[in-house]
Ligand binder design. Sequence first.
Ligand code: PMP
Length: 382
Amino acid sequence: MKRVYLDWNSTAPPDPRVFGRMEPYLHGRFGNPSSLHAEGREARRAVEEAREAVAEAIGAEPREIVFCSGATEANNLALRGLSQGREGPLLVSAIEHPSILECADGLRQEGRDVAVLPVTAAGVADTTVLESALGRRPAVTAVMAANNETGVIQPVEVVADLCARKGLGLHVDAVQAPGRAPFDVRHPGITAASLSAHKLGGPKGAGALFVRSGSPLGRQLHGGGQERGRRAGTENVAGIVGLAEALRLAVAELGSRRDALLRLERAFLAALRAGGVAFTIRGAAAEESRLPGTLSLGFHGVSGEGMLLGLDLLGVSVSLGSACSSGAARPSHVLAAMGVPKQENLESVRFSMGPALAVADVEAAAAAVAEVARRAMTRPRA
Ligand code: PMP
């Protein structure tokens, strides 16, 4: 049975074009970029070309890019590094990824005040309370570009306008945007932004933090002074090359990927409806409010865990909210922040698609959803 992978937001299948670029750096071109000899210079050249490509893809300057081990590290570096030496609380939206929320919690335990920016029932950071929240002059504010569970696009521009006007720092977790929604860091209100390669068909364990020139960033790793002293440690050369290529492709193919994702999402929803499946889209339902191909769906009377396991047996891979908290059926903090009651929260499943899928794949997945829902409805309740 051919499996249908609908969990692209947790990690995307490897893109052979990206891995082709990385390959030479996994064996033959093995130099340490800090070494002065020919092997080292070759590796340094690859890292610096990748830096230029990443910067170009998001509208930054190469010196504003700090390579690191992924978006978890980038988010930690942003919150800790930008708040170091600055007064004021942290302001984080309620639907941020755990790498923001748990980091903020760690800083809270170290004595920093943390304020949470609420979201509306549609899953959008509530900009009506932003002005008063920013009145406390947060050391750093974190609002993501688009949510990984619901796909709902966040009002980054509005937040950036206000932060710029007040001279406050804003960090944007942009992990889910490339290849699905336009994203760049040209707005002067954006101080920092995080990216991850493996969401884009690149390798796991490679990411980057954009930090605007002139924004002091306290270092979190001490060592050999790599990345202009902002992130010590020998660079993951192959991973960095992969990140740059994955991001370059995501930006170059944005239009065609969006078209493909929209086609897939529409076909999936149409097939669910045709199959008589009752479902609710969690958060803003309008296509233009979400990343194409990301759907958090609630199935009344079917547990999310039952749906996930039933689909897995039928060859369809999905996740419950954030994959980072799956393994245990915990209500999603994202849906909870949107006011979704606990029972309905636990009846929600995330479907996330990628441009390499075919309409027939998502139609087969929809048939499997209908099958699992039908079985759950006809099973006698214990
Ligand atoms: N932020 C968001 C929005 C994510 O979806 C993820 C991945 N689940 C991360 C951060 C963490 O990225 P990484 O896996 O590169 O640490």
